[in-house]
Design a protein. Structure first.
Length: 256
């Protein structure tokens, strides 16, 4: 009887060991699947940014340059008339104004696709330019608190691009949903941590337990921002309440 009891206990112990080993393998497979998914998402974002940059270059080297040339030619043609007024003078003036407006629109599209400053002057300069343009269009002031540009030059390229896109998307959300009177953007660099805070004094909203539930109503902005921060290894939080504005905080640790 003692031997039977020991045998049953040994059988149970062996069964538990096998079960634990099976669970460990399943956990390893889940971790591997998550890492594979994360790598695929990172590659997708990288490919998307490369395509944005290519489109911006194509627009700049093609249609924009053609319109610049047309604008110059129209200017020379109008100047050649001097003070003499001809029937086509007014039409040419209107045409030149339309060309200039189209140039401005295309340059804005290029800046949204891939701001040149992001590659030449860095994250700080790109955020300042973005805030200035957005404020001019939305008539909502943006208060910036950014570190010196030189302190941001050690940031990896993917971190720079994704932080910029988060600010860009956050400002877009404010323009479309917040009804804010002021926006505050802070980038605090205290090595090894870089903390991005975007705060508005708008109408706010009730934050659901899962941000994914917002996609049911077609709101993908917050999810997109969260995914960008998590894909660069950062942490993310959003705080809001009806009538209390919204605060977005993202932290990235250099070297992680």
């Amino acid at each position: 009887r003692i031997l039977q009891t020991l045998a049953r206990q040994a059988e149970i112990a062996l069964s538990n060991v096998l079960l634990i080993e099976a669970l460990r393998r399943q956990l390893d497979e889940i971790r591997a699947s998550r890492e594979t998914l994360a790598q695929a998402q990172r590659q997708l974002l990288h490919s998307r940014e490369e395509e944005r940059a290519r489109l911006a270059r194509d627009l700049h080297d093609g249609p924009i340059q053609a319109l610049v040339g047309l604008n110059v030619q129209l200017g020379l043609l109008l100047a050649s008339f001097g003070d003499e007024r001809i029937p086509a003078d007014e039409s040419l003036t209107v045409m030149r104004a339309e060309v200039r407006e189209l140039l401005s629109d295309l340059r804005r599209v290029c800046a949204e696709l891939r701001p040149p400053m992001l590659d030449t002057l860095g994250l700080g300069a790109a955020i300042r330019a973005l805030a200035q343009d957005w404020s001019a269009q939305s008539d909502v002031p943006v208060v910036l608190d950014l570190p010196p540009d030189t302190t941001l030059r050690s940031l990896p390229g993917d971190v720079v691009v994704n932080l910029y896109r988060v600010v860009q998307e956050a400002l877009s959300n404010v323009a479309h949903h917040a009804e804010a009177h002021r926006v505050y953007v802070q980038l605090a660099w205290a090595p090894p941590d870089l903390r991005l805070t975007i705060q508005d004094d708008g109408r706010g909203f009730a934050v659901p337990e899962s941000l994914h539930s917002l996609t049911k109503d077609g709101h993908f902005g917050l999810i997109g921002m969260q995914e960008r921060i998590e894909l660069i290894g950062g942490t993310w939080a959003v705080e809001s309440a009806p009538g209390q504005g919204t605060t977005i905080c993202a932290t990235w640790r250099h070297g992680d």
